[in-house]
Design a protein around this ligand. Structure first.
Ligand SMILES: Nc1ncnc2c1ncn2[C@@H]1O[C@H](COP(=O)(O)OP(=O)(O)OP(=O)(O)O)[C@@H](O)[C@H]1O
Length: 704
């Protein structure tokens, strides 16, 4: 593997500080034998642990990893080498790497963690309660009554005067308090939309850009061309409001600063963050996601080596994918991994490899390797389309005393998820069995992910993470202090309108009902009510805008949505929560205003009355039935449209001279029977579902 070395020599504004830290590191590492950094500057070579040379670039200390606990060195003649015998080092193919001095050479500096990664059992309580990253060990007594300085390797060799140390601490304090302030301002869930530019193919096909985004606004409009029943065209405008809306000119840097950057400092303080990209194949998920972990790790390392230096934080990377409901290690030749649940219902991914990394370059190479391994399938829409969820995790760990003697435990982490193309969930009707199964799994996981995030944001005690492999794997990101950023990627082209609307609805559902969102959104949207500028006929306006929603419940209503729809049957589209459509403001029953969805109630019931507890399975089954009902309703509406078309044709025929009355009567009779059968079927399904709700005591309105 092409590891290390290339980063060295890169001068930047922090070079001076880093050089100083390098000096400190070198002094402490050599335990008093002071080696000048100039000795290192003259070093020319890097090589992989085990002796294989990788790079001959000059390792300037400006870019050296500065964690004095990240590796240790010893003298060997006049050479400094790692205390681990080279022979004992596993080959690079087994991913075990560590930086050491070998003569005047630096060698690789990543380390393999234990092969069993227990996602859930990470003890995030490793830091004594008194510990707070924003105050820092170095500035307070630890639980054992020892100050951080008691085990600070800087202390014995430190040349700084107390005054200088005080100034340094002040600076650390300042940056820490800035981070703390920032942390308080980071929303628990943030939903961002990114529009990509039209691609060459779309331009060649003369497809129009149907998305408008007002500059400096966080709303966007989709202009959907539709046909009335009489086949005349009109444009329906769907407006959505999100936390941020990024147009096609926005750079990846801006995407980073808008999404992940504010979260990074939080993961040093036990936060588990998740950033995922959602959208149809080719909408820009990978383009958007790929740079983020790199940028994040750059910031993480900066924090580790500066603001939080000497506190023993370590950075680990793992990269795996979920494909067809199975988990594969992308950094270990796609080895199949197994999930196990222990007695405490904590789930482990057995065998997942994690790398300890000290520099961005190594992370970059690991990501490249994982991406190359990532499974892709051939789809009609995009040959490179991915049908898997790729999950890259950056974990911050630390041992209890900040040293490397004890095993490091998880402090916080950030997971980057490049989801499978959202429309892939529609493959459940495909002829190919494998494709169907993959589609079903994708569908299930996208639904479950949405439900988990919503449950999370509502502080529901009950999070339906067992809905899919994806959410099971992410379980520990849904408990405790968490942050979630969803980046919805959309294509601007008219040909993708249906998928775009589905993506936006999914995003809207993730965001909706969340605490503090509704009021704000309502305010902001009420000033722009009547956002739809189409003249939608009642029937046309209840048309589903897509077909795959039957399978992917992007538009999945909660109990409250159903009421909203029921009360305003002429509304076609939901926009961000609290939207006021047309000039009709929708009145919610009090129950709904309290945001007590049926599920919330179930969750609360779970907590309050354990004997009435519904299991996850029950909850998921109920959710599934709800989805099925909505799907059936949608199909019924589509069916009705077809029938209305038939009726119109029949009427047109009837107007023709010489029309056969017999023919007209028999056709009309068939059409009406057809219509009635469809309605009856839906009524039966609705009745069954109502019964189920009654059984679970979640019937929320006598009006249903
Ligand atoms: N914001 C953007 N600016 C410029 N090009 C973009 C942008 N977003 C995506 N693209 C380009 O569009 C193409 C498809 O993007 P990408 O592969 O990221 O889609 P995807 O959603 O990950 O698809 P899949 O689900 O199939 O993996 C790529 O060639 C990519 O470079």
């Amino acid at each position: 593997m092409n590891v290390v070395g290339r980063r060295i020599g890169k001068q930047n504004s922090t070079a001076h500080h880093q050089r100083q830290h390098s000096d400190d590191f070198i002094r402490s590492a050599f335990n008093g034998k002071c080696l000048q950094s100039s000795d290192f500057r003259s070093s020319q070579e890097f090589e992989i642990y085990g002796g294989k040379r990788v790079s001959k670039k000059s390792p300037e200390p400006a870019a050296l990893p500065i964690s004095s606990r990240s590796f240790s060195l010893r003298m060997n003649g006049d050479k400094y080498v790692s205390p681990e015998p080279a022979a004992a080092a596993p080959p690079i193919s087994s991913r075990s790497m560590s930086l050491r001095m070998n003569g005047d050479k630096y060698v690789a500096y990543s380390e393999l963690s234990p092969s069993l990664l227990d996602l859930y059992s990470f003890d995030t309580e490793l830091l004594p309660e008194a510990y707070n990253i924003y105050e820092g060990y170095g500035l307070q007594k630890s639980a054992q009554g020892k100050s951080f300085n008691d085990f600070d390797p800087y202390q014995s060799t430190d040349r700084f005067s107390n005054r200088a140390r005080g100034m340094a601490e002040n600076n650390v304090l300042k940056s820490i308090s800035v981070d703390k302030e920032r942390a308080n301002n980071v929303a628990k869930i943030k939903v961002v939309v990114r529009k990509r530019p039209l691609n060459k193919k779309e331009v060649a096909k003369k497809e129009e850009d149907i998305i408008t985004i007002l500059s400096n606004s966080n709303s966007l409009a989709v202009h959907e061309k539709k046909l009335k029943v009489d086949l005349t065209e009109y444009v329906e405008k769907h407006e959505f409001l999100f936390d941020a809306v990024l147009n096609e000119d926005v750079s990846n840097e801006k995407v980073y600063s808008e999404t992940v950057e504010p979260i990074v400092p939080l993961i040093f303080n036990r936060t588990k963050a998740t950033c995922f990209a959602y959208g149809q194949t080719g909408s820009g998920k990978t383009y958007t996601m790929q740079p983020l972990p790199l940028k994040a790790s750059q910031d993480i390392l900066r924090l580790m080596y500066h603001s939080y230096r000497n506190q023993g934080f370590q950075l680990f990377v793992s990269f795996f994918e979920i494909y067809g409901g199975k988990v594969f290690d992308l950094l270990n030749d796609r080895r199949k991994l197994f999930m196990r649940e222990d007695g405490k219902q904590q789930v482990c991914i057995v065998g997942l490899q994690e790398y300890k990394v000290l520099d961005v370059e190594t992370i970059k190479e690991l990501i490249e390797r994982g991406n190359a391994t990532r499974s892709t399938g051939t789809t009609g829409a995009n040959e490179e389309s991915s049908r898997s969820h790729a999950i890259l995790q950056l974990a911050i760990k630390r041992s209890a005393d900040g040293s490397e003697k004890k095993p490091a435990k998880l402090v916080g982490k950030i997971s980057f998820i490049d989801l499978a193309g959202s429309e892939r969930g529609a493959d459940t009707t495909d002829n190919d069995k494998q494709t169907r199964m993959e589609g079903a799994e994708i569908n299930k996981s996208l639904l479950a992910l949405k439900e988990c995030i919503r449950a999370l944001d509502n502080d529901q005690g009950h999070i339906p993470f067992r809905g899919s492999k994806l959410t099971e794997v992410l379980r520990d990101s849904f408990v405790g202090d968490s942050r979630t950023v969803m980046i919805s990627c959309i294509s601007p082209s008219s040909g993708s309108c249906e998928h775009t609307l589905n993506t936006l609805r999914y995003a809207d559902r993730v965001k909706s009902l969340s605490k503090g969102n509704n009021a704000a959104k309502k305010d902001s949207l009420s000033s722009s009510s009547n956002l739809r500028d189409s003249t939608a006929l009642p029937l046309a306006s209840s048309l589903p805008t897509d077909t795959f929603e039957d399978i992917i419940p992007d538009n999945k209503p909660r109990w409250s949505d159903r009421i909203e729809r029921d009360m305003s049957p002429f509304k076609v589209d939901r926009v961000a929560s609290g939207r006021v459509e047309g000039n009709v403001s929708v009145t919610y029953p009090d129950y709904y205003m309290g945001q007590k969805s049926g599920l919330n109630r179930m969750a609360e019931d779970d907590l309050d009355h354990s004997e009435e507890t519904n299991s996850d399975d029950d909850l998921n089954a109920l959710l599934k039935e709800e989805e099925d009902l909505v799907s059936a309703h949608r199909r019924q509406v589509e069916h009705t449209i077809e029938i209305v078309r038939e009726e119109m044709n029949l009427l047109a025929e009837a107007d023709q001279p010489g029309n056969q009355l017999d023919n007209y009567i028999s056709k009309l009779s068939a059409i009406l029977s057809h219509k009635a059968a469809g309605i009856l079927q839906l009524q039966n399904r609705l009745a069954r579902f109502q019964k189920r709700l009654n059984e679970y005591n979640v019937l929320i309105s006598s009006g249903i």
